[in-house]
Design a protein around this ligand. Sequence first.
Ligand SMILES: [Zn+2]
Length: 326
Amino acid sequence: MSHYLGIDLGGTTIKFAIVREDGEIVANDRIMTDGEDGHGNVIARMIETAKNLTVANADTPVEAIGVAVPGVIDMVNGISIFLPNLPGDWPNVPVTEPISRALNKPAWLINDVRAFTLAELTFGAARGVNTGIFYAVGTGIGGGVVAHGKLNLGVGGAGGELGHMIVNANGPECGCGNRGCIEAYAAGPAIIGEANRRIVMGETTTLRDKIGDDLNKMVPELVEEAAEEGDKEAQEVLEYAGFHFGLGIAGAISALAPEVVVLGGGVVKPHGFFWKQIEQSARSHCHVTEIDRVQFRPSHFSYEAGVVGAALWSREVESGRVVPAR
Ligand SMILES: [Zn+2]
């Protein structure tokens, strides 16, 4: 069986995996991104780690390389255009060309959540699905769309930015420049901000003890934990975020009538308190879709979805099954 190298560039870490064509990870590695070094140094370290991994696994040589990055890209030329979570934003940086040259293999670029979607469609939670919508909830809310059994790319591969569906024109500011996107209500920073606001306001909550009175220690996982233990304030934080997130999902469900909604990323625990708020809001705001036929499923690959999807993207392009979107 053939093998492909996936590289997933994140704001904090860069993940690497040699992926067999049936989706199995045969070797992997991970380094810190240290984005403040500048894109030249980050790419140099990507190349070094990728080389070491392929040399150490010479018995499973890779056919091609897929690189997933968090932001706006030129898929055809392998150039990053705007990566808002990385210092310097990486405008017009050739990403795949130096990697391809150093490893002497073709390399292809894809948005990280399109990669997540491709992995879940091909070997994960949405295998065999005809129509699906995908959300990866972390620092932001990334999205993806599958239609007619295929990853929907759209103009420039930017199709499926479901985290930027606006549910309130007067809502909180979003990193994209709009107001009231679901990302501004329900991604990690929004939950942390609202939980900390309630502590500062002097509300009674177990969250205060969980963070030892240090607001910098607040993470969405603690809010989920407190909510499941019955903490009213934590529950309200997630009810509010989940309500707005669900409105956005309901809009996407009405547009596409998907068989599945896949939720992944560290902020949404499968079938936990936050999950239930999201699903309940989405279901109760759909009146033109047979909502009982729509399933909510957790991501199968979780943190590895991006790196597996990147590898699969290079397989798809090299096989001629897809072409990068202009
Ligand atoms: Zn937005």
